[in-house]
Design a binder for this molecule. Structure first.
Ligand SMILES: Cc1cc2nc3c(=O)[nH]c(=O)nc-3n(C[C@H](O)[C@H](O)[C@H](O)COP(=O)(O)OP(=O)(O)OC[C@H]3O[C@@H](n4cnc5c(N)ncnc54)[C@H](O)[C@@H]3O)c2cc1C
Length: 464
């Protein structure tokens, strides 16, 4: 058996963050008709933030959340816990698409991240919030110049970054695969995602928000000046409805080609021994991501485990979503890559392996809009960077629902929508070709083939 296979032998097919004695009991499902000023559909970060921001704006607003499962069980409780200030899936993507708005987007993103920290402190949410920043590492020669360029651009735009040479970056985190690094010192906080979701849920319950779990919204209807939202357990009649259903099929059919559900895979190790900890260093506990197209992201937990995820972003024909797809060959690939990065940890075992769904849009950022004469608003498409951006997106959707013109709603990113994905079978073929091309570019010194260059020109892409 290979070291990677041995390391995975006892890993539970379960989400580490959800496998927690602090996981709250499920709340009862809806039973009979109710009414509300605002109905939020979906109890992930997007929905929880929307409900919280609505009550913070006006405590008299009567809010109901319906969640088909348990709040925080999907992407929001399964992710890496990198809370990034970026609202644009990274600085480069934002600069490429909205250079004129980037200064404001940066400012709004930084304020948004501060707002999350304030909320965590105000409500005493025990989610291991750590303002460590993020370390971007080069693991291939062509990435060294890319990171140097990123460092210049970030510095020119006022970000607090440090370019690290090979010795310096290996001094931060002990991997012989690193060639250089950029430490963005204030743009990312690390947190435990399910704990944050549960903390927000509790804050909402304390504020009198009614949350119905095990309750699926199945249909929207405009009736007599308000929205009727059907569930199998009764109808919610609401003045306004905010859709926060991420990668799951939208109640608005027109949105169904705007995102694709992509499976992102994750491993969690057992806690490191003192000698193992010493061998990796990592005293500053930054979140780490490599600079490949098919990148890995990793971080320490409060009890010194390593979460290790990314690389593959797997799309299934017909936008299939099924619990059975959460285990797959990617876990073995990830384990193998882990020991390439940290050979000194050979013998360390993984305790958990899982996957979650990312709502990828063709521009990698959220998009926003309204329906039913402004009574329904949505924010989705966060791709792989929604831990913090969902709070901003919630504010945008509330602005839209209340008809407010704000600096947020004036942004091009908010006013314009991404192009949709094509229908099947083109969608599947296009995504597979793009994934294949991205992998080849990583292996070929970053050189993008004709297909990727064509997508670049069209401003389209596929990412996690
Ligand atoms: C493995 C993984 C790692 C990631 N790592 C990071 C990271 O480190 N940093 C980062 O910024 N982002 C990361 N992301 C992305 C981030 O987790 C998401 O962008 C964010 O959680 C999206 O929040 P959400 O509320 O939109 O989605 P979700 O958490 O998926 O919530 C949507 C909710 O809607 C519910 N729902 C759907 N349809 C209905 C319906 N009809 N009726 C009622 N309820 C419904 C679902 O059950 C679900 O609970 C990662 C994602 C994954 C999967």
């Amino acid at each position: 058996m290979s070291p990677a296979a041995r390391s995975l032998a006892d890993a539970a097919p379960a989400v580490y963050w959800l496998d927690d004695p602090f996981r709250p009991e499920a709340l009862p499902a809806l039973s009979g008709p109710v009414s509300a000023d605002l109905l939020v559909v979906g109890g992930g970060f997007a929905g929880l933030w929307a409900a919280l921001r609505a009550t913070e704006r006006d405590p008299s607003v009567d809010v109901v959340i319906v969640e088909v499962g348990h709040c925080g069980d999907q992407a929001s409780g399964r992710n890496g816990g990198f809370a990034s200030a970026s609202l644009t899936h990274g600085f480069g993507n934002g600069m490429q698409r909205w250079p004129g708005d980037m200064a404001l987007l940066d400012e709004l993103g930084a304020a948004n991240l501060r707002g999350i920290g304030d909320t965590v402190r105000r409500h005493g949410i025990d989610c291991a919030w750590e303002e460590t920043g993020e370390l971007h590492v080069a693991t291939a020669a062509h990435q060294v110049s890319e990171l140097a360029q990123l460092s210049v651009s970030l510095t020119q735009s006022g970000h607090d970054v440090r370019l690290l040479d090979e010795t310096e970056v290996r001094g931060e985190v002990g991997s012989a695969t690193y060639l250089s690094g950029v430490w963005d010192r204030t743009g990312t906080a690390m947190l435990e995602p399910a704990r944050l979701a549960w903390g927000l849920r509790q804050a909402l319950l304390d504020a009198g928000v009614r949350i119905y779990e095990g309750t699926e919204a199945t249909e929207l209807q405009h009736h007599d000046g308000a929205m009727n939202v059907r569930t199998p357990h009764g109808t919610v009649r609401a003045q306004r409805v905010l859709l926060a259903t991420n990668a799951f099929p939208s109640l608005l059919r027109r949105l169904r080609l705007m995102t694709v559900p992509v499976y992102d895979y994750v491993l969690m190790t057992e806690p490191l021994s003192p000698a193992q900890k010493e061998s990796v260093g990592w005293a500053n506990r930054q979140g780490v991501g490599d600079a490949s197209n098919m990148f890995h992201y990793y971080r320490l937990t409060r009890d010194h485990r390593i979460l290790w995820g990314g690389y593959d972003a797997v799309y299934h024909y017909g936008s299939r979503i099924r619990a059975g797809l959460e285990q797959g060959p990617t876990h073995a690939r990830l384990a193998d890559h882990f020991f390439t990065t940290f050979p000194q940890l050979e013998g360390l075992r993984f305790t958990h392996r899982w996957a979650g769904i990312i709502d990828t849009s063709t521009r990698f950022t959220a998009f926003f809009g309204t329906a039913y004469d402004g009574r329904v608003a949505y924010a989705q498409g966060y791709t792989g960077l929604g831990v913090a951006a969902t709070r901003f997106g919630a504010d945008v959707a509330l602005d839209l629902l209340w008809g407010l013109e704000t600096e947020r709603t004036a942004l091009d990113m908010v006013r314009r929508k991404p192009l949709p994905f094509p229908p099947e079978p083109l969608r599947y073929a296009g995504i597979q070709l793009t994934r294949h091309s991205l992998g080849r570019a990583d292996a070929n010194g970053g050189r993008r083939n004709l297909w990727l260059r064509a997508l670049d020109v069209a401003g389209l892409g596929f990412d996690s």
